[in-house]
Design a protein around this ligand. Structure first.
Ligand SMILES: [Fe+2]
Length: 310
């Protein structure tokens, strides 16, 4: 039987040749909806939207063709003045993370996440203000997916501001999307911890939560296609320069590992604990000194202002 992966309807743009068959789910079956040689016209996309069809399906061996198509959609969307660029980006990131969570052993999902992560970099370099559009848009994604997309976007922005190399920014963007994958190896009754204030954690809660970076890194360890830098970043994303992070109390963090750890810690409070971004960064500038290089924290504060998050 053919394997299928989900794609988001909002990543499809009108009059761009597909290059892969698209299927729609009817009951338990996937029925051919549009042929590879065709495109979606405006009317058809509108009708899918009206029927609230958010996901369609493509054969998993067409993943590469879908990535090509996404690049063409992204170029088209970025040339427009509306927020369709942000839509393509969040849609591509959301389907890739979702497919990855469904089947972390799939190389196709990994490649798709890599493609989506590069899309974030491209969008940020081409369009002023897209970061805010990504942050403000969407909303129908599962909360952890939305969180990961926004973390990745902020990591790219901060990484570029401190002049990390292109390859460092690429792995950082991917790590932003996938850093919490260890969550899927944790018992479901502990999943709420990702959205809970640390101050409310019991000792038992800490014990399970502290394990998620290691579980995530282990999941990727034997995948020869996974970048070693990515695995290292997943393992380090909760560590601090002070040695007060977890799981290994590592102090040895390079700039990109600090960027990821800082952005994750900051955005967790904003997104899940609903704290005001300006207050969170103010608090970090007092209470997280020593956890990150001071210059990095100051730059992050400026970046937040620049992208109008504070
Ligand atoms: Fe985490």
């Amino acid at each position: 039987m053919e394997n299928f992966v989900t794609i988001r309807t909002k990543t499809l743009k009108p009059e761009i040749r597909l290059g892969f068959n698209v299927y729609i789910k009817v009951g338990k079956r996937n029925l051919l909806y549009t042929r590879a040689e065709d495109d979606f016209d405006e009317e058809r996309l509108k009708s899918l939207n009206e029927k609230k069809v958010k996901k369609l399906y493509i054969p998993s061996n067409d993943e590469e063709n879908y990535q090509d198509y996404l690049q063409r959609c992204l170029d088209w969307a970025l040339s427009r003045t509306d927020d369709s660029g942000a839509e393509v980006i969040t849609g591509a990131c959301a389907s890739s993370i979702e497919n990855f969570y469904d089947d972390p052993t799939s190389q196709a999902s990994y490649k798709a996440a890599e493609g989506a992560a590069k899309g974030i970099i491209k969008a940020l370099s081409k369009k002023e203000g897209i970061l805010k559009e990504i942050f403000d848009g969407g909303g129908e994604e599962e909360v952890h997916i939305k969180y990961a997309i926004n973390v990745s976007t902020l990591c790219v922005k901060l990484g570029e501001t401190i002049s990390l190399s292109q390859s460092e920014i690429e792995v950082l963007s991917l790590a932003g999307l996938l850093h919490d994958i260890g969550r899927i190896k944790m018992p479901i009754e502990t999943h709420h911890l990702f959205e809970t204030d640390y101050e409310k954690f019991t000792n038992e809660d800490w014990k399970s939560y502290k394990d998620h970076p290691r579980l995530g890194a282990e999941m990727m360890q034997d995948k020869e296609y996974a970048s070693r830098d990515l695995i290292q970043l997943i393992l380090l994303h909760e560590e601090k320069l002070s040695g007060e992070g977890f799981p290994n109390k590592t102090r040895d963090l390079d700039s990109k590992a600090q960027v990821l750890s800082l952005v994750c810690a900051f955005y967790r409070e904003v997104f899940f604990l609903k704290k005001e971004p300006g207050e969170v960064i103010k608090d970090f500038m007092m209470n997280q000194i020593g956890n990150y290089e001071l210059e990095l924290m100051k730059t992050f504060k400026k970046v937040l202002k620049q992208v109008q998050l504070t």
